[in-house]
Design a protein around this ligand. Structure first.
Ligand code: SAM
Ligand code: DTB
Ligand code: SF4
Length: 318
């Protein structure tokens, strides 16, 4: 596709993405690395820290999730965390090198009565000098506006997979519902964090369809988390076949080429990934990670292992 075509219709066609997915591995990674260094310092990786501010008991039935009330995963549900405890955790995360603090809640959508407290949390975390991100489920226009006015920098809301595969993973909402909230977030002025999960039994065409939707958002999400499924016992996807490391790197490389100026996050799944696979992911254009020893309810490599890896790679966390 030439430049003129791209300004007329969707930027990328399915054929473009299929061609990248089918490219020889070395050629693909080389091209992704070129795009990466044209737009970013390849020796810097952005560090975000997650905190589950409201865990478990979620009414949705996302087939991958430990926090759905519909599956028996043994996770204990808890209420919205106390604001002081959230701010104290954010402060520790900042001291340990995180530049963005991401607060996640196991809700279908936030309740009106929680909004003031959530906005106050945003204000206090931001006052520490951290970038702020929340992921709270679906939002109304008014809620997106309130969070934006409170100073929330990013809202995370993943499309998770292709439109075609979506109803095999979740039945309590539609792909369109996700897009509706993403449009509200964009209209509110907040930055968009949107990606998904690989290793959920999706077909190659679903990986294509997933990246195609992200890349044709106008503008594309500023932050694109690519998660490798963390298999959770008791969920429908608990026994999924893990994605191969090189297939994961291919997803990162294609995401980098399709969305040259977005931060592509090597997100969940680092715990089970070799240092070599992580290094290849950074070479292929991943430039953001979650730091700390926990994600929301599962494990992450933690500071000691990461410090050793980034020292070896000569990478600075920013
Ligand atoms: N309830 C909100 C929602 O679904 O938007 C926010 C929290 S939810 C846990 C945020 C994202 O985490 C999901 O969209 C999904 O992409 C990711 N996630 C959840 N469980 C996961 C798992 N087991 N492995 C990998 N990613 C997961
Ligand atoms: C995203 O894409 N990944 C993060 C964040 N956005 C909210 C969540 C990963 C969760 C992994 C499973 C867990 O810890 O429960
Ligand atoms: Fe609920 Fe979010 Fe988990 Fe889905 S991914 S069950 S909406 S917490």
């Amino acid at each position: 596709m030439d430049g003129d075509d791209r300004t007329r219709a969707a930027k990328w066609t399915r054929a473009d993405v299929e061609a990248l997915m089918a490219a020889p591995f070395a050629e693909l990674v080389f091209r992704a690395a070129e795009v990466h260094r044209e737009n970013f310092n390849p020796n810097e990786v952005q560090a975000s820290r997650l905190l589950s501010i409201k865990t478990g008991g979620c009414p949705e039935d996302c087939g991958y999730c430990s926090q759905s009330a519909k599956f028996d995963t043994g996770l204990k549900a808890s209420k919205l965390m106390d604001r002081d405890a959230v701010v104290a955790t954010a402060k520790r995360a900042q001291e340990e090198g995180a530049s963005r603090f991401c607060m996640g809640a196991a809700w279908r959508s936030p309740k009106t009565r929680d909004m003031d407290e959530l906005c106050a949390m945003v204000g206090e975390v931001k006052a520490l000098g951290l970038e702020t991100c929340m992921t709270l489920g679906m939002l109304s226009d008014a809620q997106a506006k309130q969070l934006s006015e409170a100073g929330l920098d990013y809202y995370n809301h993943n499309i998770d997979t292709s439109p075609e595969y979506y109803d095999r993973i979740v039945s309590t909402r539609t792909f369109e519902d996700r897009i509706d909230t993403l449009e509200k977030v964009r209209a509110s002025g907040m930055k968009v964090c949107c990606g998904g999960i690989v290793g959920m039994g999706e077909a190659p065409e679903d990986r294509v369809g997933f990246l195609l939707v992200l890349a044709n958002m106008t503008p594309p999400p500023e932050s694109v988390p690519i998660n490798a499924l963390m298999p959770i016992e008791g969920t429908p996807l608990g026994a999924s076949e893990p994605i191969g490391a090189l297939d994961f790197v291919r997803m990162i490389a294609v995401a980098r080429i399709l969305m040259p100026t977005s931060y592509v996050r090597l997100s969940a799944g680092r715990e089970d990934m070799s240092e070599e696979a992580q290094a290849l992911s950074f070479l292929a254009g991943a430039n953001s990670i979650f730091v700390g020893d926990e994600l929301l309810t599962t494990n992450n490599p933690g500071q000691a292992k990461d410090a050793a890896l980034f020292e070896t790679l000569g990478v600075t966390l920013i």
